[in-house]
Design a protein around this ligand. Structure first.
Ligand code: SAH
Length: 406
């Protein structure tokens, strides 16, 4: 990283100081007691305690309520390209176990949880996607690129920007979907996940093109799908659907509000036609709002042996939690109404603000209110390439449960 930017001396309030000492990676604007001069996005902020001793060093972002993201704490050290290479190399090492699983699409860097806050790298075969959640990384992109080339040697590197970064970045310099290195992709990129072939739109797909965090849960769905009729609600490009088909499902329905996502789901089935089970399964794509389509399927008398519910994060902020809980309750009830006796419910939530405990309780309460006895088999979290390094990092939970015969 180029350390040519200004260094900001920052003094913290006691609470923020304690959080940083405990290893929390965020310093909110309210946590800053004194800041000598106004900083630019990406400046290195050197934080000191009450006795003027070095605490930590982080990236400054004047546009974000998370004003500083901690890069390093403990004793002072230079934040340069060598430091960045070290962090990226360690992240890569932590993914060693994915080798040999016939998986070429996975997360290489998971932000804060890998010691690189606000910074994500996903790998899709020989392409990389860098996704930034703070504009503080923009001035350091050259260093990032040079390290990624050294460590991985990708054919191409794409840039994706979160909505908040898009709002503040100079569009003539940085655009969401821009190719940083290599040739622009001529279409979706194909990669493998547990031996299945999927495509990802690296330029304009959701997240970085695919929901890589559901890999392990998809494998569990595959194991429960044999012979059944499966509903994959909030399917996006049909990740769960294709696994269910390989697991021997008789029929699979992918339901989503996004037409391009469903078109990709159809193609993802086609990419795996050489698998006997996938080619034998009948696949239907249903476009529309799940909250309207699930009751319609119920009224049409459709019933399923497995219902997967993987909605978007209903609660991103604390104030959205009560409404989010109502939405989860509604969709869970609607999903349960479509399940046959002995059917399997797979319900995921990616809302950081709703804990696994609260979510499991919600699933059980909703089932009880609907008069269905439910046995929870597994509650899963994150796959190994999405480690959890701080409390806010634990966003994904997924409940696998079977309803009783009666
Ligand atoms: N299960 C997917 C990821 C789901 S992400 C996978 O494994 O890849 C959430 C999806 O919900 C997105 O594809 C989005 O288009 C869709 N979505 C959001 N609101 C919706 C609604 N009201 N009805 C149907 N789909 C919706």
């Amino acid at each position: 990283m180029r350390s040519t930017g200004k260094r900001l001396a920052v003094h913290l309030h006691p609470r923020a100081e304690r959080a940083v000492k405990r290893g929390h990676p965020w310093v909110y604007a309210e946590g800053i007691r004194r800041l000598r001069h106004g900083g630019q996005p990406g400046d290195l902020a050197v934080m000191f305690d009450r006795e003027n001793r070095f605490l930590a060093i982080g990236l400054y972002d004047p546009a974000s309520p998370i004003r500083i993201r901690v890069l390093h704490r403990g004793s002072p050290r230079k934040i340069d390209e060598e430091w960045l290479l070290g962090r990226l190399g360690a992240s890569l090492d932590r993914r060693q176990e994915l080798r040999g699983q016939d998986t070429t699409g996975f997360r290489v860097v998971h932000g804060e949880n890998d010691g690189l806050p606000g910074f994500v790298v996903d790998r899709y075969d020989s392409s990389l996607v860098v996704k930034l959640y703070t504009s503080a990384w923009l001035p350091h992109l050259q260093a990032v690129l040079s390290c990624l080339k050294d460590l991985i040697g990708p054919e191409r590197v794409m840039l994706r920007l979160s909505r908040t970064v898009q709002a503040v970045a100079d569009p003539s310099a940085f655009a969401d979907g821009q190719t940083l290195h290599g040739e622009e992709p001529s279409g979706p990129v194909i990669f493998r996940e547990n031996g299945l072939r999927f495509e990802a739109d690296l330029v304009s797909g959701q997240k970085t093109g695919f929901f890589l965090d559901q890999r392990d849960n998809r494998a569990l769905v595959e194991g429960h799908a044999s012979g059944g009729a499966i509903l994959d609600a909030f399917s996006y490009t049909g990740g769960f659907s294709v696994y269910a088909a390989r697991g021997g499902a008789r029929s699979v329905t992918s339901l989503d509000a996004s037409r391009p996502a469903l078109a990709a789901a159809e193609r993802n089935f086609a990419h795996n036609r050489d698998d006997r089970n996938v080619s034998a399964a009948s696949h239907r794509a249903l476009e529309g709002d799940a909250f309207e389509l699930l009751p319609r399927l119920r009224d049409e008398g459709r019933r399923f042996d497995m219902v997967v519910l993987d909605p978007p994060a209903f609660a991103k902020a604390a104030r959205e939690v009560p409404r989010a809980l109502r939405s989860y309750r509604t969709i869970l009830r609607q999903g349960l109404e479509l399940l046959r006796a002995r059917g399997v419910l797979v319900a995921a939530s990616c809302s950081t603000r709703i804990s696994a405990t609260v979510f499991v309780e919600l699933v059980q309460e909703t089932a009880a209110a609907a008069g269905r006895a439910l046995h929870v088999h597994h509650v899963t979290g994150h796959p190994a390439d999405h480690p959890v390094g701080f409390p806010e990092g634990a966003y994904l939970k997924c409940v696998f449960a079977r309803v009783d015969a009666g």
